[in-house]
Design a protein around this ligand. Structure first.
Ligand SMILES: Nc1nc2c(ncn2[C@@H]2O[C@H](COP(=O)(O)OP(=O)(O)OP(=O)(O)O)[C@@H](O)[C@H]2O)c(=O)[nH]1
Ligand SMILES: [Mg+2]
Length: 401
């Protein structure tokens, strides 16, 4: 048996409490009104007290509070959505400035992504097209043949590649051999550049120095130039030799001077060189022969520099004489030595002794010095000419006349 007291403002309310807690089987044992006492009377109202009892077994069980399962939760959630609670939440947020901003950014990102993907696809397509279109220039069969021909003629592989690479853009995979050849030919002609021969100026005496290694043909070339100047342009020519080491050398030039009826001066010191300006002021040109020097002797090159600098720059021309028969490796050493003497032109001799004229192009590409004359035999005065870039290019491409 369970006995419990219930208080309420009225008897009805107290009875409701009893029923709620003990059920309708509860037995009312007593009902009384309790009046507050003492100071409490001022604040509290009288209450009705009901004493009720019930058999333990008959007491109603409290409703069990089960935990919410997922299903239940989802159900509740759905119900709530149906009820509009969540929906209302969402509607409250949609259209808020933050929401609008976020969706704008998202939209922009989408656009950007589409743009990037398109761009990447386009790039890939382009690269593929380019790869298909512009294969390596050496894949064109005739280019390989031309390259081999240049190498055969002693053009260095590096220089041959430079030339081919420079025309690469103009050559199509299906270009005809003639077309390819003509591009390469033009490129070689351009690389060789315009020849720069001795330039005579009225009222001035030009001092033209011929320097270079031993036995390349300096003296012979001077005789050829002197003769062609005298005969073709009727210029007033004088010869000077600084090659006093060998009597034969002086004799050699003397012979040419006699044949050409031009004066020859033998100069023994740099000091004497100073006097030449006055001595030959009536002349258009003074051709100066020097002793062949070993390029390995650096001191001698320093001497030449000193000698050259005696003549003022505007009246001076320097020609470095090289033989087309010299190996490129040796030419490299020669250039290394003579490059200290800036401002020279290049003469190539003995073109008749070799079919491989590649070194003319090699040295030109290495030094950037202008080409001037080429000689092609021992005959004075005939075997000389201005450097003929077209003839050299043809020769290098295997199309000699
Ligand atoms: N085949 C050929 N021989 C040449 C040519 N030019 C010069 N020679 C010959 O080369 C040799 C040397 O010529 P030189 O003019 O004495 O040479 P160099 O540079 O003055 O010689 P050194 O004064 O000793 O340094 C001579 O036998 C010339 O006939 C050329 O263009 N072709
Ligand atoms: Mg000589």
């Amino acid at each position: 048996m369970l006995i419990k007291k219930f208080e309420a403002e009225t008897e009805t309310l107290a009875m409701l409490k009893v029923k709620e807690e003990l059920g309708k089987e509860a037995i009312i044992m007593n009902i009384k009104t309790i009046n507050p006492r003492g100071v409490y009377r001022l604040f509290k109202k009288p209450v009705v007290e009901v004493t009720a009892a019930i058999d333990e077994l008959l007491k109603p069980k409290p409703v069990e509070e089960k935990p919410l399962t997922n299903v239940a939760f989802n159900k509740n959630y759905m119900e709530a959505t149906i009820r509009g609670d969540i929906l209302q939440d969402l509607t409250e947020n949609i259209g808020s400035p933050k929401e609008q901003e976020a969706s704008a950014i998202e939209e922009k990102l989408d656009q950007l992504q589409t743009l990037l993907v398109n761009q990447m696809e386009q790039n890939e397509k382009l690269v593929k097209e380019m790869q298909e279109e512009k294969k390596d220039i050496f894949d064109i069969p005739c280019v390989k043949l031309i390259y081999d021909q240049l190498i055969e003629n002693d053009v260095t592989p590096e220089n041959a590649r430079v030339i081919l690479k420079e025309v690469e853009n103009r050559i199509e995979t299906d270009s005809s051999v003639d077309n390819v050849l003509s591009h390469i030919y033009q490129k070689i002609v351009l690389k060789l550049g315009q020849p720069k021969a001795v330039a005579l100026e009225e009222g001035k005496t030009k001092f033209v120095f011929f320097i270079g290694p031993t036995g390349v043909g300096k003296t012979t070339t001077i005789a050829k130039i002197a003769s062609s100047m005298k005969l073709q342009t009727n210029a007033k020519v004088a010869l000077v030799t600084l090659d006093t080491y060998r009597i034969a050398a002086v004799e050699q030039l003397k012979t040419y001077a006699n044949i050409l009826s031009v004066p020859l001066k033998v100069v023994y010191s740099n000091q004497e060189l100073l006097g030449l300006k006055e001595e030959f002021e009536e002349y258009d040109v003074v051709l100066i022969d020097t002793a062949g020097r070993s390029h390995k002797n650096v001191d001698q090159v320093a001497d030449i520099k000193e000698m050259l600098e005696i003549t003022s720059e505007d009246l001076r021309e320097i020609y470095l004489v090289l033989s087309a028969t010299t190996k490129y490796k040796d030419l490299l050493q020669i250039i290394e030595t003579y490059k200290k003497l800036a401002g020279f032109q290049l003469i190539f001799t003995k073109l008749d002794e070799t079919l491989c004229w590649g070194n003319i192009l090699n040295v030109r590409m290495l030094t950037q010095a202008p080409l001037s004359y080429m000689t092609f035999g021992q005959n004075v005065p005939d075997d000389i000419g201005k450097m003929d870039a077209q003839k050299i290019a043809k020769q290098l491409l295997g199309g000699s006349e």
